[in-house]
Structures are given as structure tokens and as C-alpha cells.
Design a protein around this ligand. Structure first.
Ligand code: HEC
Length: 315
């Protein structure tokens, strides 16, 4: 990439020169761009091949948008190769400032998409297999699970009798780098309608949720505290909507963090299935797959959700 970028800056210098030195410089710079972008194929392939399977799945399945980013990068590299071949090497007399700008834009696009992909591929780690994005080391998990976060974290006062307050502190430690209550990646709208039981259950499955999250660190007591805190953010008490909307709402609250209907992220395709069969399925979600929480809602919510899933309307 540096070779290609050097060639691109060579074009900036060369385009203002006068003939015949102009043609010589542009040809020379063009060859650098062609060599640089052509050579990118090998390290890119090596990079994808050496990604651990759990990182690759983010790029291939779990973050569908990444496909576009990667394609854009490949397209920009190919375009700069072609433009350099055509305008700098074959016909340097045709090369004008706008084309140089376009080639430069392609170069920066390759860099940006490459960096973005690298950023995404390493999640939820900062250093793969060693330290998570929230600064917790993988090696500290057994201790945190055994002793509990309240007893291990140096910046906590130890256990308290106020579960929600304790949960808030643990949330700040584990999630605070990436989530706020009402601002950046706000939790309040995400936990709408969550009960403490459901929130506590969901915390066991964080790495499966949409996005790239580290697992929860701590023991059952810690998980219940953070669950209670999260549920306390949910503004409850409002009237439940009529059945048709209720199903959609229940899906958003209880399934959409791990599934879509009509989307690409772990899609559910239950449209047209017998409603009783879906209702039965909902009563045994946790036995269907151990990575899935049980359904915690009321019977009315369950029936409405079954109707929503049967309708196949996208969520
Ligand atoms: C914590 C994440 C999580 C949540 C929340 C969740 N699921 Fe799942 N679900 C999974 C995983 C993981 C699978 C396994 C299949 C896979 O990996 O694609 C699965 C599979 C399923 C399947 C079987 C799909 C198939 O075709 O094999 C159904 C049906 C399903 N989920 C329905 C639901 C419904 C309805 C909800 C909401 C009440 C829900 N799930 C909530 C994670 C979750």
C-alpha cells in the first residue's frame, strides 16, 4: 500500500511538470501504483486466511454490512490500478488533475476500508485472544467468575445491599467504555420492556448479540445486579398496544438483538408455519438452542409474537 501511495503522490508532483520529464515521472509513478495495488492481493489473502474463525464470521456472516466495505476496498484498488495503467503508464499526456484526484481518492478508500475491516475483525478483542475491548484480560475471567466482580475490581467498594446501585457500578466498569444510559450507544432504548430476569438471562449470551461484544465477566450475583440495573432503565407501566403491534414490539424487545425477520442477521423464517407450532416453539426456545434465552414474556405476548412470526412481516 505504501508503494501505491508513493506512486500516487508521485503523480501529484509529475502532473505539474513540463514535457518530456512530465511523461517520464508519470510513467514511473504509474508503475509504482500498479505494482503496489497488484501486490495487495497477496497480503489481503494472507490476512483473511490467518484470521481466527470467530473473527472471520463477523466479516462473512454476523456483520452483513462488512461485505460492502470489503467490496468497496477491492473495487477502489482495482480502479486505481486501471486508471494508473491507462492514464499514467499508457497515455501520460491524457493525465489531468481531476484524474490524479480520483486515483488519490481510490488510494485513501483502500486505506480506509482496510483499516475499518481490521478494526472490525479484531472485535471484541483489542489484542486477539488476550485483552477485550473493555480492558478486561481473558486470563482474568476465571478469577472474576469465581470471586465475583465486587470482590475483585479494585475500584469497587465491595458488595453492597443496593443491587441496582451495584449493578450500575459494574455496568460502568464492563460496558461504560462503549455504552451510556441515554447518550452514546444508549442502553435505555435497548432495554425497553426488559424484566430483571430477562436482562440477567441475556447477559449470558452477549457475544451472540448483534454487534461485537465481549462475554459478561463475573458471577451469577454480579449478573443479577447488572440485569436489575438494566431493567431499571426500562420505562415500563405504559399500556400494551393491540395484538398486531404487540407481536412486533415483543420481537424487537426479546429477539431482535439476535435475529431478524427478512434480514440477514440470523434470520427467522417461520412465515406460514402453523401458529400452534410456532407457539410451541416459543415455549422451548432454550432447549432449541442452549445459546438462546427462554421466552420470559406473558402468554398474551407469546401469542402475539407467534402471530407476528407467522405473518413473515419484516421486523
Ligand atoms: C442471545 C441471542 C438470542 C436471542 C435473544 C434469541 N435467539 Fe433464537 N437463536 C439464537 C441462536 C444462537 C440460535 C441458533 C441458530 C443460529 O445460530 O443461527 C437460535 C435459533 C433460533 C431458532 C431456530 C432457527 C432455525 O431455523 O434453526 C428459532 C425459531 C429462534 N431462534 C427463535 C427466537 C425467538 C422467537 C426469539 C425471541 C423470543 C429468539 N430466538 C431470541 C440466539 C438467540
Amino acid at each position: 500500500m505504501s508503494v501505491a501511495l508513493a506512486g500516487m503522490f508521485g503523480l501529484i508532483t509529475g502532473v505539474g511538470l513540463t514535457s518530456p520529464i512530465r511523461e517520464r515521472v508519470l510513467r514511473y509513478a504509474g508503475i509504482w501504483i500498479m505494482l503496489g495495488t497488484a501486490f495487495l492481493v497477496l497480503p489481503a489473502r494472507w490476512y483473511f486466511a490467518s484470521l481466527p474463525a470467530e473473527s472471520r464470521i463477523y466479516l462473512t456472516d454476523l456483520l452483513p454490512g462488512m461485505q460492502h466495505v470489503i467490496r468497496l476496498g477491492i473495487f477502489a484498488a482495482a480502479l486505481s490500478f486501471v486508471l494508473a495503467a491507462l492514464f499514467a503508464v499508457a497515455k501520460p499526456v491524457w493525465l489531468r488533475a481531476p484524474v490524479v484526484a480520483l486515483i488519490l481518492l481510490c488510494g485513501f478508500t483502500v486505506m480506509a476500508t482496510g483499516e475499518y475491516t481490521r478494526e472490525m475483525a479484531r472485535k471484541p478483542f483489542v489484542i486477539g485472544g488476550y485483552i477485550y475491548a473493555n480492558d478486561l484480560r481473558l486470563a482474568s475471567f476465571p478469577t472474576l467468575t469465581a470471586a465475583g466482580l465486587a470482590n475483585s475490581a479494585k475500584w469497587m467498594d465491595g458488595q453492597s445491599s443496593d443491587q441496582v446501585a451495584e449493578g450500575r457500578e459494574m455496568f460502568a466498569i464492563q460496558c461504560g467504555a462503549y455504552h451510556s444510559v441515554n447518550g452514546y450507544r444508549a442502553m435505555a432504548p435497548r432495554v425497553h420492556g426488559w424484566s430483571p430476569e430477562f436482562a440477567t438471562d441475556i447477559l449470558q449470551h452477549l457475544p451472540l448479540l448483534r454487534g461485537t461484544m465481549p462475554p459478561f465477566a463475573g458471577n451469577e450475583r454480579d449478573r443479577a445486579a447488572v440485569g436489575a440495573f438494566l431493567a431499571s432503565l426500562s420505562q415500563g407501566g405504559e399500556e400494551q398496544p393491540p395484538n398486531a403491534e404487540l407481536g412486533h414490539e415483543v420481537f424487537q424487545q426479546r429477539c431482535s438483538m439476535c435475529h431478524t425477520v427478512g434480514g440477514k442477521f440470523r434470520p427467522l423464517t417461520l412465515a406460514g408455519t402453523e401458529i400452534d407450532a410456532i407457539d410451541g416453539l416459543l415455549q422451548q426456545l432454550d432447549s432449541l438452542n442452549s445459546d438462546m434465552p427462554a421466552f420470559h414474556g406473558s402468554e398474551r405476548e407469546r401469542n402475539a409474537l407467534a402471530a407476528f412470526l407467522q405473518s413473515g412481516a419484516p421486523n
